[in-house]
Design a protein around this ligand. Sequence first.
Ligand SMILES: [Zn+2]
Length: 293
Amino acid sequence: MIKAKIISATAAEGQIRIYACIATQLCEDARATHQLSKGVTVAFGRFITGAALMAGMMKNEDEVLTLQMKGDGPVNTMTVTANPQVEVKGYVTHPDVEGFDTDKIGSLIGEGQLSVIKDIGLKEPYIGTSPIITGEIAEDLTYYYAMSEQIPTSIALGVQVSDAGRVTLAGGFVLQLMPFADERLVTQLEQLLAKSDSVIDIIESGNDAKGLILHLLKDFDPQFLGEKPLAYVCDCSHQKVSQALLAIGEKDLKELKEEEEVEVKCDFCNKTYTFSSDEIATLLDYALDKKIL
Ligand SMILES: [Zn+2]
């Protein structure tokens, strides 16, 4: 199987920057991990593809990007975390919401807020927020860039699912204009993007990520910069989950200690970790000793 990649390029003598990927496997892995319904597969697939592209744009090797969309629709909250190596993972509050058309998924999310959290290892992470505009994801991320980062950005994301609910195609691109971009180019691009085929149509006609960029920007002399692999990866471990357990606080940990065995499920990959009451007691003693709680 071909490894999925994010391809980056510049065009129009550096005035345009673009990142594109095919994310079929990423979205199918997310669907299978969380047993997502068809509508949620499309919504979460677009969200996780958008997050992967944004992570692919990060320069700092220690940066961790978290995107969260919290709305009043039946899905409630979608969360995705990605690192610059484009290892992506996420979860949805209600993965099995049925009865939504895969062409129009905005009402699954409803009205609410998009948060973009960039943790670069400083004390306080950067948090940018913007309102959810349509819930169709690409528009919401585009609006975030315009509002919070003041960068003219065009994002397109597409996820196609089969009748059985599997992801058959997925991909997208993030296109940005540099601050020095010429006004005429802005108008030309707007017209081009307005009449462009959908991402799914472009991929379906046999294009990979490079082909997607060439299809969009063939008149603007695209220059390819590089590539990064992307995959659905959860790096949880017994150790990490035990650290996370400390967050529930002293009172709850003392209650858990009374149980014979405690099962903790990783939200990102659904793997279950089992802790004996002795382990909980050791953890509690350690935390009290180090004054973590
Ligand atoms: Zn996990």
